[in-house]
Write a protein that binds this ligand. Structure first.
Ligand SMILES: [Mn+2]
Length: 343
């Protein structure tokens, strides 16, 4: 098997030699998807390469302050590419329609990601589950290429780090992450501004949705959850901007005694968006194993993970809550057994 080091070397070689590159991130993009997309894109442009940056969905409003965000397209221009790069996407389903087209037209494919559930779908797979964000992996590649990061590139990459770690507060933040952030600040990235604009800022609609979600919260057997159907979400989207409830699972997971938190939101296409968080010591990725509740329906990290299920909300909520109760029971038992053995 290729090591991360040899894969990174191969990625650097291909990035250095390609002239016409397409970079894509996953649909419904978050700060790390857009941050790593733009950070890599701006750096490659600074190297004199022609770069198309694409995503199925437009850049979310809280990230439109990022330099280069106005150059992200939802459809590819005609023609072929020497290279396709996919960032922050655990599998080929996540890349959406534009991602599938980019991979078809831009072989070989470099897959840059930090999800432990990554399916290694590229010809080159720079997949590092120890990285706290995909932006951090992009940073490492650019540094290894000897690229001098400018303030714009650094701002995009630091935004990816800040958003995926919720302001450097997640369990995967270590000294290396903070040193990388400090280096990006040295290059000109404004940390406090990024935190305010990309992370803390929310619309009044989003606040009202948070209120409704808290109003409906349930808490049983270590699992805390809430759910909202499309009618409720639309009623609170007072400006009609397509605002959706966000970051609810993180909020719920803060509750004392909750081992895992989950928020369910019905989407306009009828599918259910599931966002999960867990306390350290639990591992949500067990839900994606074969025969488990969310097999092939999502992916993520041990403490933060998600899925999209094509079934009615009323069916999905009890199914997933039951699966999470079982997960909490099993993983608590496993921890107790391990503690017994070590006595
Ligand atoms: Mn990420």
């Amino acid at each position: 098997m290729q090591t991360l080091k040899s894969e990174a070397a191969s990625a650097i070689d291909r990035l250095a030699n390609a002239q016409n590159i397409v970079v894509v991130c996953h649909f419904d993009p978050d700060g790390d998807a857009i941050g790593s997309l733009l950070g890599l894109g701006l750096a490659l442009r600074a190297m004199g390469k022609a770069v198309v940056l694409a995503c199925d969905d437009p850049v979310p409003w809280n990230l439109t302050f990022l330099p280069g965000s106005d150059t992200v397209v939802q459809a590819l221009p005609p023609g072929a590419f020497d290279l396709a790069v996919v960032v922050d996407s655990s599998d080929t389903r996540r890349v959406g329609r534009v991602g599938a087209e980019a991979m078809a037209r831009g072989a070989p494919v470099i897959n840059i990601d930090h999800h432990v559930t990554n399916t290694r779908f590229g010809q080159v797979n720079v997949v590092d589950p120890d990285a706290a964000s995909a932006s951090e992996i992009v940073y490492n590649l650019l540094r290894a290429m000897g690229h001098a990061l400018d303030a714009d590139t650094a701002t995009c990459l630091l935004t990816g780090m800040v958003t995926d770690t919720r302001g450097f507060r997640t369990a995967n933040v270590n000294q290396r992450v903070l040193r990388t952030a400090a280096d990006l600040m040295d290059a000109g990235a404004p940390l406090a501004t990024i935190t305010q604009l990309a992370l803390d800022r929310r619309s009044f609609s989003a606040l009202a949705m948070m209120g409704r979600a808290l109003d409906k919260v349930r808490f049983e057997d270590g699992v805390i959850w809430s759910a909202m159907d499309l009618d409720e979400i639309r009623a609170l989207d007072t400006n009609g901007t397509g605002a959706r409830p966000r970051n609810i699972s993180s909020l719920l997971n803060a509750v004392d005694g909750a081992s895992v938190a989950v928020f369910f939101a019905e989407k306009p296409d009828g599918a259910v968006d599931i966002s999960m968080r867990a306390k350290p010591g639990f591992d949500l990725t067990a839900l994606y194993d074969e025969g488990q509740a969310l097999h092939q329906q999502g992916g993520g990290h041990p403490l933060a993970s998600g899925a999209e299920v094509n079934a009615p909300l009323a069916t999905v909520v009890p199914q997933v809550v039951d699966a999470l109760k079982a997960l909490v029971r099993e993983q608590s038992q496993a921890r107790e057994t391990a503690a017994d053995l070590s006595r």
